[in-house]
Structure formats: structure tokens, C-alpha cells
Write a protein that binds this ligand. Structure first.
Ligand code: BTN
Length: 244
């Protein structure tokens, strides 16, 4: 709280903007937020694009400096941020909001938002984390993106984008302080409670082969742990695809 908000009318990507400034030694404090009205080259995970109509949605990046976390515990930050988004959206939309591992936000089988967290590590030290969050707020049409939806489509009314930003930053701050003070366990249990597909038998694609499995947990390094009829296996981000 009380940190700096920079609103850009247009930018390629708020994550790229913040990372570029940091690499040129911009003296940004922890808690600095870069928000874009028109982000025209937004990036998602797995090299995907993040498309957002100008002025319609929340697209921002938050600077954190989680030097208190061991670099092996990068997924803890991911959990704290995901839980913050979930809690914030639940206030608006009820508890049908889920986290699709590792950090997409879903309602039913439709995507409402996503996160792209990019960390800078120097030597064995965690220096900075650029936490990029995109949430579909007032967009009405998604064209070919048939599994995308917005808050407006769900509530049948517009929502004020900056209100969502402030609520979300408040949640992130509270959960970040909790992570710092007491560790991950409480946040992790909330994450698991709202995990898409948890304890359900669903179809997954592994090395191009379709299999039925059940998500049972997420490991400390953030690997997804599945049960296949009593046999357990864990997967990295690139190793497993959800089949819809
Ligand atoms: C995903 O769905 O794979 C993650 C999407 C993350 C989008 C946000 S919008 C603000 C920030 N800037 C970016 O270029 N990406 C993130």
C-alpha cells in the first residue's frame, strides 16, 4: 500500500516494460504497479499471447522483491498471488472461481484471467519478481477465443477496472505479508481447495497420449501430482496438458 502506480496509455507488455526498466537500474520500489490501458503485445505462459481490448480489462505488473524466499521456493509466491486473485474474484462472483494449475483463473471451463510471474535470480539469490496479471473485466466479445469470458459477461454489468486493481493489490499485500511471516501452509491449503480438477478423474494429455487421471496435490517445487489408479506421478508445466 502507498506504493507507486504508473498508468500507461499504451505499452507492448507491462511485464516487458517493468523488466526493461529494472534492467536499466530504474529505482523502482517494491510494490510499484505498472498498469496499461492498451497493452498490445501481452504475453502469457508457454509463449502464448495475451489479447486484451484496449481500455476494457485489467492488465498490470507488480514489482516484488521476495528476498526472504529461498530460490527453490519460487512456487510459493505463485500460490500467494493465485490465492489473492481467487479471493478477490470470489467476493464478486462467488466460489465457482478456480485456479487451473499453475496459475490460470477459471470459472467453469472458461478462462477469466491469468498470471505471468517472471523472476530475476542473481547467483543463488532471488532479486526481483515481476508479477503480471491479466483479468478480463468489461470485454464483451472474444472472437475465436471460445473459452474466454469476462466479469461483465458473468455479472451482466460493468465493473470499474481500477477498483479491481486496488482490491487485488490489497489482497496481494495481505497474503504476501502472511507468506513472509508464517510461511506457505495456510495459503497452500486455500490453493488446493480451489484447484481446478482436484480429486476429479479427468482427461490429460501426456507426451501426446490421452490418459485419465486425478490431481491429488501440488509439490513444493510446483509440480502437479496425479493419481493414475493408485500410481502417482508428478509433472512439470510443459509435461502435461488439460484436455477439455
Ligand atoms: C496466461 O494466461 O498465460 C498469463 C497471462 C498474463 C497476462 C498479463 S497482462 C499483464 C502482464 N503483461 C503481460 O504481457 N502479461 C501479463
Amino acid at each position: 500500500s502507498g506504493q507507486k502506480l504508473i498508468t500507461l496509455n499504451e505499452v507492448s507488455s507491462t511485464n516487458d516494460y517493468l523488466k526493461d526498466r529494472l534492467s536499466k537500474s530504474a529505482p523502482f520500489k517494491e510494490g510499484t504497479v505498472i498498469m496499461a490501458v492498451d497493452q498490445w503485445k501481452g504475453r502469457g505462459q508457454r509463449g502464448n499471447k495475451w489479447l486484451s481490448e484496449p481500455g476494457k480489462n485489467l492488465t498490470f505488473s507488480l514489482l516484488l522483491k521476495p528476498t526472504f524466499l529461498n530460490i527453490e521456493r519460487q512456487f510459493d509466491l505463485n500460490i500467494a498471488i493465485s490465492v489473492s486473485v481467487i479471493q478477490c474474484l470470489q467476493m464478486l462472483l462467488g466460489n465457482r472461481i478456480l485456479i487451473k494449475w499453475p496459475n490460470d483463473i477459471y470459472i467453469g471451463d472458461q478462462k477469466l484471467g491469468g498470471m505471468l510471474i517472471e523472476n530475476t535470480i542473481s547467483g543463488a539469490e532471488w532479486k526481483e519478481s515481476v508479477v503480471g496479471i491479466g483479468i478480463n473485466v468489461n470485454q464483451d466479445h472474444f472472437g475465436e477465443l471460445t473459452r474466454a469470458c469476462s466479469i461483465k459477461q458473468l455479472l451482466q454489468e460493468e465493473y470499474i477496472i481500477t477498483d479491481l486493481l486496488y482490491e487485488l493489490c490489497g489482497r496481494i499485500e495481505a497474503n504476501y505479508l502472511e507468506l513472509k511471516a508464517t510461511g506457505i501452509s495456510q495459503l497452500k491449503s486455500i490453493y488446493i481447495q480451489h484447484l481446478f480438477g482436484h480429486n476429479q478423474v479427468r482427461e490429460y494429455s501426456i507426451d501426446g497420449v490421452r490418459v485419465l487421471g486425478k490431481i491429488i496435490d501440488v509439490s513444493g517445487e510446483g509440480h502437479l501430482i496425479l493419481d493414475f489408479q493408485g500410481h502417482h506421478a508428478s509433472f512439470d508445466f510443459k509435461e502435461i496438458v488439460f484436455v477439455f
